[in-house]
Design a protein around this ligand. Structure first.
Ligand code: SF4
Ligand code: SF4
Length: 461
């Protein structure tokens, strides 16, 4: 049995201004009796450091909205209301609740309980129109998640053999291609917005701790980061290969942008990289209309890993949301289907990106046909960054993020991945799947709202 993979979370609060769902305000009629500090098990109420006779301002970061302090205050001095900032953050895709969930997960690595008393809708768009099979949840095999049986979340990146070839003497002729094994089906990607050096370094360190990689634009890889080259995937265009030979030589994987030069001479570019070193090559393909055609062609031409990149809401690129553009889950299903029809699916690794904002999105992308996903924005949201979708994608970091020590930022990213790892294990356990590799394309383990809606009402309406 392989060594069990553990992530070690550690509570790591950030002392920065952040938006929370509810805001607690202590009124002037407070008599500083301290009862609220006794009843709040999350220590949201404490006495002031400078004057212990008085209460400090409530700490909204740790509040879990149980309302106990409100009920038990003898003076009715505490007020809880929806925070105005909360209502204005996020948008149609990155909903405020999602942002708060990610922030809390980064805080301590725990999974916030959110299902009890859920009164929201049971379907939506994108990943929300897909439900996963939970039929194993009531069976004894579920013990596997926390004990007897090991659920493996690792996956391999690289080209796989379709079949083995033997010689006349029955000797094995096929040579296994090189692969790279990572412990989680997640790579880190650098968002389009400029990040400060502290956050970048933290991403690399967290990736190393988690046994995964960060995909970094080659221009961002300074000499300081180069010593972590084991966990960095340099991202560059085909035209930049000659300039960055030394970096490619040290890398275990490189990411090359799909552009006109590459589409015309894929084999030449692939061979050039192989001559420089031993790096596996990811081809980064934009998720535009007809991406299936590009991916299938690349797979036939021998691509090892293909990375399909949708926009930050998981929508097809170059087509505005609502104009019939597809969501990542539909793009991946279609690509997977094409590769299966061409009998080449097992040979190539497919990475899906765009709009992956919760742990369930990783599992759902894999059920649709991806081998793994990348994430960028969730790591930033875990640091208190907000997204405002209404104007355009706009990532705003809380003031002071640059001064937070790197180990704190790193640990918050590890905490976030620890929470996601636990959730992925829960979902896999509930589906009775013990190997993350087996999630790929298991769409029979999912229900797609659009399909059952059509099956049920299509004939009537
Ligand atoms: S319980 Fe009420 S009165 Fe007592 S310290 Fe807390 S807010 Fe003030
Ligand atoms: S609502 Fe509950 S968790 Fe929040 S501060 Fe009051 S007692 Fe603590």
């Amino acid at each position: 049995m392989p060594k069990k993979y553990h992530i070690h979370p550690k509570t790591m609060p950030l002392d920065l201004e952040y938006v929370f769902k509810f805001k607690i305000v202590r009124g002037e009629n407070c008599i500083n009796c301290g009862k609220c500090s006794k009843v709040c098990i999350y220590q949201a109420h404490k006495r002031s450091d400078t004057d212990p006779r008085k209460m400090a301002d409530p700490n909204n970061v740790v509040c879990r909205n149980c309302f106990r302090c409100i009920q038990e205050c003898p003076r009715g001095a505490l007020e809880k209301s929806l925070d105005k900032g909360y209502l204005s953050t996020g948008g149609g895709y990155w909903k405020p609740d999602m942002l708060i969930t990610l922030y809390k997960q980064a805080e301590d690595g725990n999974v916030p309980v959110s299902g009890a008393g859920y009164r929201g809708p049971f379907t939506g768009t994108g990943f929300d129109s897909m439900w996963t099979d939970m039929s194993e949840i009531v069976r004894p095999t579920r013990d596997g998640i926390h004990g007897r049986e090991y659920i493996n979340t690792s996956i391999d990146l690289g080209r796989k053999l379709n079949h083995l070839v033997f010689g006349a003497e029955k000797q094995l002729i096929s040579k296994s291609p090189d692969t790279v094994d990572i412990s989680l089906p997640i790579l880190f990607d650098i968002p389009a917005e400029k990040l400060n050096a502290n956050v970048m370094l933290a991403m690399i360190k967290a990736a190393a701790e988690l046994n995964t990689f960060v995909i970094m634009p080659v221009a961002d890889i300074t000499t300081e980061y180069e010593k972590h080259s084991d966990n960095i995937i340099p991202r560059l265009s085909a035209a930049e290969i000659d300039t960055h030979k030394e970096m490619i030589k040290k890398a275990r994987i490189v990411s090359i942008e799909y552009d006109e030069a590459l589409s015309k001479n894929f084999a030449g570019i692939r061979d050039k990289i192989k001559k420089i070193g031993h790096a596996l090559t990811i081809i980064r393909v934009p998720a535009v209309k007809d991406v299936e055609y590009t991916v299938t062609k690349l797979a036939h031409d021998g691509a090892e890993i293909i990375h399909i990149v949708a926009d930050y809401r998981g929508q097809e690129l170059n087509s505005p949301a609502g104009s019939g553009s597809r969501h990542l889950k539909d793009i991946i299903r279609s690509v997977h289907q094409r590769l299966v029809e061409d009998h080449i699916r097992d040979e190539v690794t497919i990475i899906a990106s765009g709009g992956v904002g919760l742990a369930e999105h990783v599992t759902k992308s894999m059920l649709c046909g991806a081998d793994l996903t990348t994430i960028d924005l969730p790591l930033m949201i875990g640091l208190g960054a907000r997204i405002y979708e209404e104007r355009e994608k706009y990532l705003v970091f809380p003031e002071g993020i640059a001064t937070i020590p790197t180990p704190v930022v790193t640990q918050r990213m590890i905490n976030l991945m620890s929470a996601w790892h636990s959730q992925i294990l829960e979902m896999m356990g509930a589906m009775g799947i013990r190997e993350a590799r087996r999630l790929r394309g298991e769409s029979g383990r999912a229900i797609f709202f659009e399909e059952i809606d059509k099956d049920t009402f299509g004939k009537l309406f």
